[in-house]
Design a protein around this ligand. Structure first.
Ligand code: ADP
Length: 370
């Protein structure tokens, strides 16, 4: 009887041990899964206990703050991450048991903007710690600022000619219409501003079309030299007006794979600028080099060149070295950003080598295989 009872007890213990073992295995599996998730997250995660001592950090936090898990765990949050905002949020969450969030403008050890979200952790109904999640929103903020600037720039660019047009129309209506000589002059000005509005809107539409057609390229083999000759011939009268000599020294056999219309736009914009910003009796030289995996096309002019301080920004929308001069020449400030977009759609790069007063060499590359 006693033996049976002992056996029964043994069986019960065995089954309890087996149950515990499988529970431990289950918990280990869950812990491993959580660890794997934390390790692969781009968001930084910090868990602290109720005294704000670090329980755990993930690799993203190690990377952002240049710290190691080994050195951080078990130490006070503020001691490891010397950031008052993060510490204050953690303290607030620990004392209020409420979630909290804040935007962090970090300048050290990295200059980035983070969204910080903090959640209390509970154990038996009481706050036992806090979980801090840090999400990098630098790119989102940069794009928002870019969009704001763009809208402000477009509004400004549209407003200038519109103000002139309505001003001159009013002057005409108030009596200048009777003054034959002046009224003609005013109408010429209105026409010029209308033309400006038109080219601005065309360039904006073009830009938006290029931006939204990421893969809409119709690639074909283009024989470069003949293609450039054709484009140059369309500029005949402008070139003649300024007595500018052109030289196309692209090797005859050189071909590129590109979207014909888009490549034409790139060359038209660059040649148009090379004429506009050139001096009378100047020159334009167009050449191309085979760099093995890509072709580099160079448009060189003998114009005013670009000051060193402006070179880095020259391909930005609406960026102009001399706003008044560009407007006078009929520019919108969007030509080079259209060029950059198109070249990048072809997986190429653009750039300019220029010395103020000594001409410019605008270049772009097109990969041989895209
Ligand atoms: P736009 O020509 O309509 O002003 P772009 O985007 O084509 O606008 O060019 C931006 C600016 O870059 C121009 O206003 C001018 O200041 C400068 N730039 C462009 N091409 C040349 C060039 N070949 N020589 C000198 N400056 C140039």
């Amino acid at each position: 009887m006693l033996i049976t009872t002992n056996k029964e007890i043994q069986r019960k213990i065995d089954s309890a041990v087996a149950g515990l073992n499988s529970r431990i295995q289950e918990l280990e599996k869950q812990a491993n899964q959580i660890q794997a998730i934390l390790n692969s997250m781009i968001e930084g995660v910090i868990a602290v206990d109720r005294h704000a001592n670090i329980i755990s950090i993930n690799p993203a936090i190690e990377q952002i703050f240049g710290i190691s898990k080994k050195d951080a765990e078990g130490r006070l949050l503020l001691e490891v991450i010397k950031n008052n905002d993060i510490f204050e949020i953690a303290s607030a969450v620990l004392s209020s048991a409420q979630t909290a969030s804040k935007e962090l403008d970090l300048v050290w050890p990295v200059k980035r903007i983070f969204q910080l979200n903090a959640t209390p952790l509970f154990e038996a109904g009481a706050v036992s710690g806090c979980l801090l999640a840090i999400h990098d929103i630098t790119e989102i903020r940069r794009l928002e600022a870019m969009r704001r600037d763009f809208v402000a720039n477009v509004s400004h660019e549209l407003k200038t000619p519109l103000t002139s047009i309505s001003g001159f129309v009013e002057t005409l209506l108030e009596g200048a219409l009777e003054d034959k000589e002046n009224s003609r002059h005013f109408l010429e000005i209105i026409k010029e501003h209308t033309r400006r509005l038109n080219s601005l809107i065309n360039d904006l539409l073009e830009l938006s079309c290029i931006e939204s057609s990421n893969s809409g390229l119709e690639l074909e083999e283009i024989k470069l030299s003949g293609f450039v000759d054709k484009i140059l011939s369309a500029f005949k009268s402008q070139l003649k007006k300024k007595t500018i000599l052109t030289e196309n020294i692209i090797p005859q056999g050189l071909s590129v794979k590109a979207d014909k219309n888009r490549l034409e736009q790139v060359l038209v914009n660059l040649i148009d600028n090379a004429i506009k910003f050139n001096q009378d009796k100047g020159f334009i030289k167009i050449s191309a080099e085979d760099l093995g995996d890509k072709i580099k096309i160079i448009i060189e002019d003998s114009g005013a060149g670009i000051p060193a301080k402006d070179i880095a920004r020259i391909f930005e929308r609406f960026y102009r070295v001399d706003k008044a001069r560009s407007r006078e020449l009929g520019g919108t400030g969007l030509g080079l950003s259209i060029v950059k977009h198109i070249v990048e759609l072809h997986a190429g790069t653009v750039g300019v080598d220029s010395v103020e007063g000594a001409g410019s060499k605008f270049w772009f590359t097109l990969p041989l295989i895209i």
